[in-house]
Design a protein around this ligand. Structure first.
Ligand SMILES: C[S@@+](CC[C@H](N)C(=O)[O-])C[C@H]1O[C@@H](n2cnc3c(N)ncnc32)[C@H](O)[C@@H]1O
Length: 291
């Protein structure tokens, strides 16, 4: 069965494709502002340390808004992941970078090796996921990141007055929503980061311009952006500690068996919480065996 974000986004893309031309449908499906926001995203990554020959993993890459803005960096390696094949195909065609990879994946596992990526981005993706799903992704991002590597993601925040209309709009769609529009409390990000052993480099409010442009960028309405700009959503930058050697799991390993875990850890017999929950919350950090 398809997960909520998979069916919501596939439906949205099909609806847009039925109503308008391909380019407009693709741009509309990921929120519009295709060229200017792609440049904003790229400049943000450069500002937070993206280097010419880095490997970037762009989760929820959509129609290639960021990829398109990065495509002139010849030594950059790029992997885009999304849940809608039409968006991935469009992004791949637009970039014309045969050395780049676009992958369909929807189960919070990333088909990449441990410690293989310099930067992971998720622009307006956790906005459409349950908190547990975002947390699971963060753990997986940490696994594939090289020590010292960074995660850049955006989110909706109740503290930002400009974000509240999204909540009002959610109220009008309770029984028939296009997709989930999830808010995340910055305090939750702090707690998740602590659990996942990630350092918080910064949280930047969506209504405060944080991205320094090095060029004048033309907006879709014909106006021009210069100087410092904001993406609208708030931005969070996390870093995998340089001395990180361990993996932190947020999803139980496929070969986890509660009975075996109990057999190997008999002191847990009186546990009131589930054995799987115990392993994720405590056992893995206490180096308890489960097989
Ligand atoms: C608002 S769009 C943003 C696209 C892109 N990041 C950008 O800024 O242009 C959200 C994207 O996330 C994708 N998506 C939703 N759930 C996802 C998941 N669990 N894993 C990967 N991508 C997901 C959607 O298909 C969609 O392309």
């Amino acid at each position: 069965m398809q997960k909520h974000f998979e069916s919501d986004y596939n439906k949205l893309v099909q609806k847009n494709l039925a109503n308008t031309d391909k380019h407009s449908a693709m741009a509309q499906s990921i929120g519009g502002n295709f060229i200017p926001f792609g440049i904003f995203q790229r400049e943000l990554l450069l500002q937070h340390g993206l280097k010419a020959n880095d490997t970037v993993l762009d989760v929820g890459c959509g129609a290639g808004r960021l990829a398109n803005a990065l495509k002139e960096m010849p030594q950059l390696s790029y992997i885009g992941i999304d849940v809608v094949q039409e968006l991935l195909d469009y992004a791949q065609e637009l970039c014309n970078r045969p050395d780049w990879t676009f992958i369909k994946a929807a189960d919070f596992t990333i088909p990449l090796e441990n410690n293989s990526v310099d930067m992971v981005t998720a622009f307006s993706v956790f906005t459409h996921l349950l908190h547990e799903e975002s947390y699971a992704y963060l753990a997986e991002f940490r696994r594939v990141l090289k020590p010292g590597g960074k995660i850049v993601f955006t989110f909706l925040d109740f503290n930002i007055p400009e974000h509240r209309p999204v909540f009002a709009s959610n109220l009008t769609q309770i029984s028939d929503r296009v997709h989930l529009n999830q808010f995340i409390d910055p305090q939750a990000i702090q707690v998740w980061s602590q659990h996942l052993q990630l350092d918080v480099e910064g949280i930047f409010h969506g209504n405060q311009p944080h991205i320094q442009l090095n060029e004048t960028v033309k907006a879709e309405d014909g106006t021009f952006h210069r100087g410092k700009v904001a993406l609208g959503q708030s931005i969070c930058v996390l870093q995998k500690p340089c001395n990180a050697t361990n993996i932190v799991l947020a999803v139980l390993p496929k070969d986890f068996l509660p009975e075996k875990y109990l057999e190997l850890n008999p002191d847990l017999a009186a546990l009131t919480m589930g054995l799987g929950s115990h392993y994720l919350a405590h056992g893995q950090f206490e180096n308890r065996r489960f097989k």
